[in-house]
Design a binder for this molecule. Sequence first.
Ligand code: ZN
Length: 312
Amino acid sequence: MSKKEAIRLEPVLQEKIWGGSRLGSVFGYAIPSGHTGECWAISGHANGDCPVANPEYAGETLGSLWKKQPELFGNVGGETFPLLIKIIDAKDDLSIQVHPNDEYARVHENGALGKTECWYVLDCDPGASIIIGHNAASPAEMREMVEQERWTELLREVPIQKGDFFQIDPGCLHAIKGGTLILETQQSSDVTYRFYDYGRLENGKPRALHIEQSLAVTQAPFQPHPIHRETVREGGAQVTRLVACPYYTVFRVEVDGLWEKDWDQPFVNVSVIGGEGVLDGQKVKKGDHLLLPAGYGKMSLEGTLELICSHL
Ligand code: ZN
């Protein structure tokens, strides 16, 4: 049997009121406007299902391939492709939000999944920050601060730098702020409670808030998720494990030579965030997103590249 091909995915670009133009200028994607907020890079989600570029799978999307050829994904089961990889260009601040866990979502959101996500900061403006967590000592104090609209005091703002990494567990208040380019790896779920939107208007109206659900699922007091980066040298690559949680494991990889690896996973997501090289005879470059299917065997990647890789 000939070697399985890496599956190449075409991004789905989404306009957002807070979006910018860096998905075009930095990654070369064909952005629909200067308010492009998200590139859904590896997604089988109905709201942005990535077309597959390989001629062998003409007309398919990641979502359709997941249903028709589960063996490509190691037959891991589940109705939809379980992860979602996005690149987010926040020109302006995103609303403050929180996600429920699987248990809360199952009961209150019609059997949906909760959402755990993580952020790798690709780039940011000097002085950029994010919101992660809050300063209330208890649920009661949080409710009081919300009722009194003491937002600045409540929200925990953290300065960020290029290369920073954050794990956002369910129940953690969070928001990307303006001037930030982020690669997000998450459970493929859309259950989001909007907690605060800076009093902004969209088409003349405030966007819907979900204060009660947010208060119900937000963990108080806030406990940051500690990040322990572990770096190993694997041939021509420096491989750093950023996080391993029940939903995904994420790596940042710097390739400066030949990197050979047999992942031995149901499938592996590969996003090229810098440089270029050759993956088993195929050219790959910054902005490309690929999926190595089950049984891919030993991967051989040569060049000067920066990658974010993930698997279940
Ligand atoms: Zn989120």
